[in-house]
Design a protein around this ligand. Structure first.
Ligand code: TXA
Ligand code: MG
Length: 317
């Protein structure tokens, strides 16, 4: 198994030498490689069993470095970066030719992000290289929000895991790109549409339902725990009633439901707290010997929209 620790110098050395490291970010844990080293980047695809058509986000020290990898930066992108970096925002921008095709899956754009986690900022400053990092989970599984989650699934495949504690946001970054008509959200995530619109005005949302040429990795059936998921109030299948099911809720359990296990993501009814707890809860419930998971529908405001997106994808498997 991989060593778990807080040795930033060691992590930086492994990455410089072409190895792969689990890294904490404020959203979810990533599986990082030197973005400028195609051989290292391919190790990430292999460890995750990720198809090569699904590009990686490049994590940078600061705005200046991030924009140095882009050919062109729309004014609205500059505005978003100034407001939300470091933070849970990924910008899709036309790439400079020094960004390898292995990172972008041959696309002309690159996903750029400045993460807010202090340990990873220290790592980026020490290693002085951009880090290509997808979420550190096997392809199509729930994203990891602790170092132990990474160890549990990829421990034999990574060279080191940097332990930054539990992720503060708990959902992946929101992905924003720009087309002829203006800004587009391609993935809902840890930065809400409302917060984005407060800065740049109306934004279109284009989430792919099956496979999307613009955000190719956002498959409809991502985020699968090991049990089937249905969204309440979908009728509960007969065998689930007989053998037992779990309820994954917001702040309360619907009357007369009688689940065998319950996790409420925020008894206080706070969507940020619910987002932070979501993936851990999906993992826990997915490990139980039950027929399935009945998940609540969350309010569609703030981070609730991204929570619903993840649960719907988990239910679509
Ligand atoms: O919060 C996050 O974004 C986390 C942490 C580790 O930073 N990373 C993450 O990476 O969620 P990943 O690989 O699991 O999801 C990245 C998504 C994929 O759906 C991919 O298709 C899309 O970003 N993406 C990356 N680069 C892209 C590009 N150049 N054009 C279109 N989509 C891109
Ligand atoms: Mg992922």
């Amino acid at each position: 198994m991989a060593e778990i620790g807080v040795d930033v110098g060691k992590a930086a050395q492994i990455l410089t030498d072409g190895g792969i490291v689990g890294i904490p970010t404020e959203t979810v844990y990533g599986l990082a490689a030197n973005a400028l080293n195609p051989v290292a980047v391919l190790k990430v695809f292999k460890a995750k069993a990720r198809p090569h058509f699904d590009p990686l986000i490049v994590h940078c020290r600061d705005q200046n470095e991030a924009f140095s990898h882009a050919l062109f930066i729309p004014d609205l992108a500059k505005k978003l970066a100034a407001h939300f970096w470091p933070g849970p925002l990924t910008l899709l921008l036309p790439k400079q030719s020094h960004i390898p095709d292995e990172v972008t899956s041959g696309l002309e754009s690159v996903g750029l992000r400045v993460p807010a986690h202090l340990l990873t900022q220290e790592l980026l400053a020490t290693a002085k290289i951009p880090l290509a990092a997808p979420s550190a989970n096997p392809f199509q599984y729930v994203s990891p929000t602790t170092a132990q989650h990474v160890q549990d699934q990829l421990g034999r495949k990574v060279d080191y895991i940097l332990d930054g504690g539990a992720c503060g946001v708990g959902l992946e970054s929101t992905i924003v790109g720009f087309d002829r008509l203006g800004p587009v959200i391609y993935r809902l995530g840890g930065l809400s549409q409302c917060d984005i619109e407060a800065v740049i005005g109306p934004v279109r949302v284009s989430l792919n339902q099956s496979s999307n040429p613009v955000a190719p990795g956002q498959l409809k059936n991502h985020y699968a725990p090991n049990l089937p998921v249905i969204i309440y109030p979908t009728p509960i299948p007969e065998p689930w009633l007989k053998n037992g099911f779990a309820y994954l809720g917001f702040d309360s359990v619907p009357q007369n439901l009688n689940p065998k296990e319950v996790i409420l993501l925020s008894e206080r009814g706070l969507l940020d707290e619910a987002a932070r707890n979501l993936f851990s809860a999906m993992r826990k419930l997915g490990g139980l010997r039950l027929s399935g998971i009945v998940a609540a529908q969350f309010p569609d405001t703030g981070l609730g929209a991204a929570i619903n997106d993840r649960l719907q994808r988990a239910a679509a498997v």
